[in-house]
Design a protein around this ligand. Structure first.
Ligand SMILES: [Zn+2]
Length: 80
C-alpha cells in the first residue's frame, strides 16, 4: 500500500520520496496544453529530465512544493 499523500519517484524501481515534478507533453498523442507529470527524487531528477529532454517532451521542472502550491491539488488535469 502506498500513501497517496507522499508521492514517490517515477524512476523505475525507486521508492524515494519525490521532491521534483517534471511536466511533459508528447505532441504526437497529447494536445499542446496537456501536461503529463512525473515525480522525481533528487537522485533521479537529471536522469528523468534527460529521458524526456532528448525526446523533446520536457516542458518544465519544478520543486514539488511549488507545483502543489500552484493550485493543481486534487487534480491531475492541470491548472486550467
Ligand atoms: Zn528516484
Amino acid at each position: 500500500m502506498s500513501d497517496e499523500n507522499t508521492p514517490t519517484c517515477s524512476a523505475k524501481g525507486c521508492r524515494s520520496a519525490a521532491v521534483w515534478v517534471l511536466a511533459w507533453n508528447n505532441p504526437k498523442i497529447h494536445t499542446p496544453e496537456r501536461r503529463k507529470t512525473w515525480t522525481a527524487c533528487e537522485e533521479h531528477r537529471e536522469h528523468l529530465s534527460q529521458f524526456l529532454g532528448v525526446r523533446g517532451f520536457l516542458k518544465d521542472v519544478v520543486p514539488l512544493a511549488d507545483w502543489e502550491s500552484a493550485g493543481s491539488s486534487g487534480s491531475a488535469q492541470g491548472p486550467v
